[in-house]
Design a binder for this molecule. Structure first.
Ligand code: CBF
Length: 828
């Protein structure tokens, strides 16, 4: 193994901070901030004191960054996202500041294990899955790349629910991530905003006879900003994630108090606070309609006013520079209501002419589409829109009228079908506002999140919009931050990389390709696999603690971690496990490499079949794990409460990464990237970013199976009959029938039948049975590959070596080049 010099480049804010200095800071905060003493402080107090010590460096960086951005009057991107799945910030901030080792030493000298203190932190789970975690990776990259950026979102009191299993069934518990306050956030009362909802619109005429619309709101709500500093890696920028908390407006409280008394005022308070109370536990269907729309409007309106306040501080009432200074990225359609809101502010409040205002809007907004699932394409009933945001509905009508007249009718004169299809308002029994259409019409750029997905956005979702504005559409393939998803979560591999290829890879992930030169080196192979083995041993302990199941780290660790959804096909994985189990029962000597199938997934509380799949996996696991005849060849574990912190323990320990969605359904996936980065071999369909991963790692290093996007379409067109697969493949028939018996649920036959019913009577909407045979062949291939130790090590190394493309720094650079046109601002 060649030894390379490693360099650590701490950020300027944390430069030169020794363990001794950190110790002094920690003890000082224990006394002065926490009001306790070394002798009686709890682990929680030690953790908080360490956070406060770290914050001294964070706040230094924050102040300098903000001063620099202000002085240089930088153009900035404003990332509008309803979700941020941040996880924990303690070790992330320490790593990014280059302080992790000093802090570890300082705490050790004070008698504390840093890992023990890390466990004091609750995950900041203000998101559901991929979309929210992507936003978290992006803001990390933006700060690391010294790009002026603000993340905007909602300060949910309760993040994604905590999941427990009771007798195998998912139970949801509220998540109170900040019950005792969160040391990383700063409340900014000086930047409170007020927003309006409900009420009615009046048409008035001014002295010159010009018509004006005046919105008389029915309720005013206060938005209180909480800032979470986002520390860039070894750079010097500390950007901000600004999250809005809703409160009753002071004005309205008093009004109600005076006229109706305390109870009514309190009710109003509660209603206002409801807006930021909970995150909707489903990222792929509209839910809780009115409240969800109000949530969206609440954070968009607060954020726009905040942006405008900052802009006016530098430019007064001169709006001409606004599009030069401000770009707003809409993370899916969730913040699309920002478009009519900016129009309202410009036309109604700033008295701007419609054309000028629309010109500004169209230079400011860009939209990322994250899914093609029809149920996830948001639309709100006109009726509800009119009730909640009457003036915005009028503005949307006007945007639509002009769009249909000036674009659609010019391009397709007299074609009413086209008008119907492209209209922002969907006609019908219940007219609806189509947020996707609004987002495309109001944005200057629209992107999908992987090559194949962006093509489908263009060919299947918005083909006519592409015909109107081909230059609007582009692709930005997703990425993940290697700081969290390799450097921090896999310290063993990270040190090995530092030794082998130098320590620049966390900010220049293409450097990983240097590792390919070592893929055949037996020493490197041994070291790489020894690290994997140690990581697996660590995970085995976690599994034992959380589930009581003992697993052998020598077995293949086969991991499927993601939200539970039929299109992600956890049930395909389950059917394969059942098939293997059956083979073992039929042939006690069945030869297979022992495998631990590990799941982690939350199901949306209202998604019945998803919850049935969790239940079925748990019941099958119970049976198999206790069946002596299996002789430990198969173990099945479902990790409860899958979240970022658990992912950080699972990903470094994975041998196999399950990415088995129906082709055309997973927009990109990002777990696939994290797992490959940590040396797992993907079993995957040609879907989302799997296609690009396959291109990068090469077909020898990935097990691809199943129908392609085109084959899926063709099969559907020719008529898909899942029953044919059931009748023609005895293994499929046997395992599905098995689920109907009481074999896995003694005395309760039929308890697991929902899966079979959805695949047969339900028509198998995600083509599970069509892909079963290909899937089991791919799994067979994995089994064969794993028997060749050197061959497997080479594949694992090649996975790490070849996925440099999937850093979120590259995604952000693509956004900069293709969308934002942003310049870095180096902060000294
Ligand atoms: O683009 C980020 C992720 O977003 C989703 O999670 C989403 O919520 N629409 C997609 O399902 C993922 O494929 C995608 O990686």
């Amino acid at each position: 193994m060649t030894k390379k010099t490693t360099s650590t480049k701490p950020s300027s804010a944390a430069m030169q901070l020794t363990a001794e200095q950190l110790k002094e800071r920690i003890v000082r905060h224990l006394h002065a901030t926490l009001g306790t003493d070394i002798n009686k402080a709890s682990p929680q107090a030690w953790w908080r004191a360490t956070c406060a010590a770290v914050n001294e460096s964070v706040f230094d960086g924050l102040r300098t960054t903000q001063r620099e951005h202000y002085q240089q009057d930088t153009r900035a991107v404003h990332y509008f996202s309803l979700e941020y799945l941040m996880g924990r910030l303690f070790s992330n901030n320490l790593h990014n500041l280059g302080l992790y080792q000093s802090a570890k030493q300082a705490l050790a000298e004070l008698g504390h294990d840093i890992a023990e203190l890390e466990d004091q932190e609750e995950d900041m789970a203000l998101g559901n899955g991929g979309l929210g975690r992507l936003a978290a990776c992006f803001i990390d990259s933006l700060a690391t790349m010294n790009l002026p950026a603000v993340g905007y979102g909602i300060h949910y009191e309760h993040g994604l629910f905590q999941q427990e299993f009771q007798a195998g069934r998912q139970i949801e518990r509220p998540d109170s991530w900040r019950e005792y306050g969160n040391p990383w956030e700063i409340c900014r009362p000086e930047s409170v905003q007020e927003i309006s909802v409900y009420g009615y619109v009046e048409t008035v005429y001014d002295l010159q006879g010009r018509m004006k619309k005046v919105w008389h709101p029915g309720r005013i709500i206060k938005g209180v900003p909480w800032d979470i500093p986002v520390v860039g890696y070894h750079g010097s920028s500390v950007n901000v994630l600004r999250l809005w908390e809703s409160r009753a407006s002071d004005f309205f409280n008093w009004d109600v108090f005076n006229s109706g008394g305390y109870v009514d005022a309190s009710r109003e308070n509660i209603e206002a606070e409801t807006i930021s109370k909970v995150l909707y536990p489903n990222d792929e269907t509209e839910a809780g309609k009115e409240l969800r729309l109000i949530q969206q409007y609440f954070f968009c309106s607060c954020s726009l006013k905040d942006i405008i306040r900052r802009y006016k501080r530098a430019h007064g009432d001169d709006w001409s520079k606004f599009p030069e200074q401000v770009v707003i990225q809409l993370n899916d359609t969730h913040p699309a209501v920002a478009i009519p809101e900016l129009m309202r502010i410009l036309v109604d409040r700033a008295d701007m002419h419609w054309d000028e205002a629309w010109g500004i809007c169209q230079q400011v907004f860009a939209y990322t589409n994250h899914t093609l699932l029809p149920e996830a394409l948001e639309s709100w009933s006109v009726r509800m829109f009119e009730k909640v945001l009457p003036r915005h509905l009028e503005i949307i009508y006007e945007i639509n009228r002009r769009f249909l007249l000036e674009q659609v009718d010019v391009r397709w004169p007299g074609d009413n079908d086209k008008k119907r299809k492209l209209s922002i308002i969907e006609e019908g029994h219940e007219p609806m506002v189509r947020m996707g259409h609004l987002s495309v019409v109001g944005s200057f750029r629209v992107n999908g999140v992987a090559e194949v997905h962006s093509k489908l956005v263009q060919s299947d979702l918005f083909p006519e919009m592409v015909a109107l504005w081909p230059e609007k559409f582009t692709n930005v393939t997703n990425g993940v931050t290697p700081r969290r998803w390799l450097k921090a979560c896999n310290p063993r591999l990270s040190s090995m990389l530092d030794r082998l290829i130098g320590s620049d890879w966390p900010t220049d992930l293409k450097q990983l390709s240097k590792l390919a030169a070592y893929a055949d080196d037996p020493k490197v192979q041994d070291d790489f696999m020894a690290i994997k083995q140690q990581n697996k041993a660590d995970l085995a302990k976690v599994i034992q603690d959380l589930t009581g199941v003992a697993v052998d780290p020598a077995a293949i660790f086969d991991i499927q971690i993601k939200r539970l959804h039929e299109y992600k096909r956890q049930h395909l994985n389950l059917l394969h496990i059942l098939a293997l189990y059956r083979r073992i029962l039929q042939n006690p000597d069945y030869d297979m490499v022992p495998r631990v199938f590990i799941f982690g997934a939350k199901a949306a509380p209202g998604y019945k079949l998803a919850k049935e799949i969790i239940y079925a996996i748990n019941k099958v696991a119970e049976k198999i794990n206790h069946d002596k005849r299996v002789k430990d060849r198969i173990k099945v574990v479902f990790m409860p409460n899958y979240r970022v912190t658990l992912a950080e323990k699972m990903i470094p320990a994975a041998d196999v990464s399950e990415q088995i969605s129906t082709a055309g359904k997973e927009a990109s996936g990002t777990g696939n990237m994290k797992l490959a980065l940590n040396g797992a071999i993907t079993v995957g369909t040609l879907d989302g970013a799997n296609i690009e991963i396959a291109e990068e790692v090469g077909e020898d290093n990935i097990a691809i199976f199943g129908l392609t996007v085109d084959e899926v379409k063709a099969l559907r067109q020719s008529g898909y009959h899942s029953r044919d697969y059931y009748h023609n493949n005895p293994e499929i028939k046997a395992v599905l029938d098995w689920l109907e018996t009481d074999y896995f649920t003694p005395g309760k036959p039929g308890e697991l039948a929902a899966i079979k019913h959805s695949l047969l009577e339900g028509g198998d909407p995600y083509l599970v049975l069509a892909d079963f045979e290909g899937y089991q062949a791919a799994q067979q291939q994995i089994d064969g590959w794993y028997r060749d130790k050197a061959g497997w090590a080479k594949k694992a190394i090649m996975n790490t070596a070849c996925v440099g493309k999937f850093t979120s720094d590259r995604s952000i650079q693509d956004y900069v080049d293709r969308v934002w046109q942003l310049k870095p601002c180096k902060v000294d």
